[in-house]
Design a protein around this ligand. Structure first.
Ligand code: NDP
Length: 336
């Protein structure tokens, strides 16, 4: 049983509204106390619509509120680092959105600041909380595919019109599909394979949505330190592909469909010498599970489902894919 937490939201964002506020409130005794927006009107509208008692436009004022135990940071990506460092200095626990930062040095500084302040830092990688992914993890660990050789991630989706803003047009805010989606793939593969990516090659695309230097699609290949080679296809521009994940090993293949999503769901099939078996999954809200683990970690019971260090590592992989796609070279993943 985790500790009930009183939350301050840093960012009047879509993800907070659609998923995270509900997940916070699903934890017994936990509540959302305040929201920070850079725009007073947007903040008050958001607070009224979401039933949040107070709003702030000044970060220091929110962080000075002694009623707040923890903050959820879901602003645009360039703000995550200064806001996390300030929250840690104020003694608040931090659940931060991915990518943690725009470069590795900033992400490492965030981890160090939270460690120094003795507060929990978690990265909101929702997918490793999905019951489907946890089942695939269990299958791989139990030897169901033998030695894993290859993985394939199908994460090419269509960015909904209400999100077609900074992700497509602002490099300064950390836009582009690689920072947005590839970092989720990287975290998912690290979790499933219990391995680290060591090198990347990639080709990106700017099709019809993104502008400037930003990509709206990418295909990448990663090599992991256990020998697995993984192929990723991420996009904002693909309407009808559907999502999926496959792991192919010496003794079997796991084929999962509709599992790279925010919604609980999807199907898993195990294919091997005995034929094809549908694997049952008891689905659960991904964000509620993430918040449950966070509350437990604050109470000293275990770790958040994805830690700050996990956020550093998924960012490192995304940055390697970004560099590979920009230079056309094979790039080693740097974690320091
Ligand atoms: P939004 O664009 O909805 O929100 C980001 C910021 O944009 C807000 O903090 C807000 O600033 C500002 N904003 C929101 N609505 C408007 C508007 N109508 N006009 C002008 N500005 C506005 O982003 P998302 O919710 O999609 O993403 C936020 C973060 O969450 C990102 O880091 C993203 O990568 C991450 N994310 C994670 C997901 C996950 O499953 N883990 C899924 C989706 C996003 P202000 O706060 O100042 O009002």
């Amino acid at each position: 049983m985790g500790k009930p937490l009183r939350w301050g939201l840093i960012g009047a964002s879509t993800i907070a509204r659609e998923w995270v506020i509900g997940a916070i409130r699903a934890q017994p005794g936990s509540e959302v106390v305040a929201v920070l927006s850079s725009d007073a009107r947007r903040g008050t509208d958001f607070a009224r619509a979401q039933g949040i008692p107070s709003t702030y436009t000044d970060l220091d004022a929110l962080l000075a509120n002694p009623e707040i135990d923890a903050v959820y940071i879901s602003t645009t990506n360039e703000l995550h680092k200064p806001q996390t460092v300030a929250a840690a200095a104020a003694g608040k626990h931090v659940l931060c959105e991915k990518p943690l930062a725009l470069n590795l040095a900033d992400a490492l500084e965030m981890v160090a600041a939270c460690a120094k302040a003795g507060v929990v830092l978690a990265t909101n990688h929702h997918l490793r909380n999905a019951a489907a992914h946890r089942k695939i993890h269990e299958l791989i660990r139990s030897g169901a595919v033998g030695k894993p050789l290859f993985a394939r991630i199908f994460h090419a989706v269509y960015l909904p019109p209400h999100l077609q803003g900074w992700r497509l047009h602002s490099r300064g805010a950390g836009g582009g599909v690689i920072l947005d989606i590839t970092c989720h793939d990287a975290d998912t593969l690290r979790f499933l394979l219990a391995a680290e990516a060591i090198e990347a090659v990639a080709l990106s695309q700017q099709a019809e949505l993104a502008s400037g230097e930003l990509e709206d699609g990418v295909m990448a290949v990663l090599r992991f330190d256990n020998g697995v080679v993984a192929q990723l296809h991420d996009a904002f521009t693909v309407k009808y592909a559907g999502t999926g994940l496959e792991v192919h090993g010496t003794e079997g293949s796991i084929i999962a469909r509709d599992v790279m999503t925010q919604r609980p769901g999807g199907e898993i099939v195990l294919r091997n010498g005995s034929g094809e078996t549908a694997v049952p999954v008891e689905h659960e809200n991904l964000y509620a599970r993430s918040l449950r683990a966070f509350n437990a970690a604050v109470a000293g019971q275990g770790q958040p489902s994805a830690s700050g260090q996990d956020g550093v590592r998924s960012l490192a992989v995304a940055l390697a894919v970004q560099e590979a796609s920009r230079t056309g070279r094979r790039v080693a993943v740097r974690y320091q």
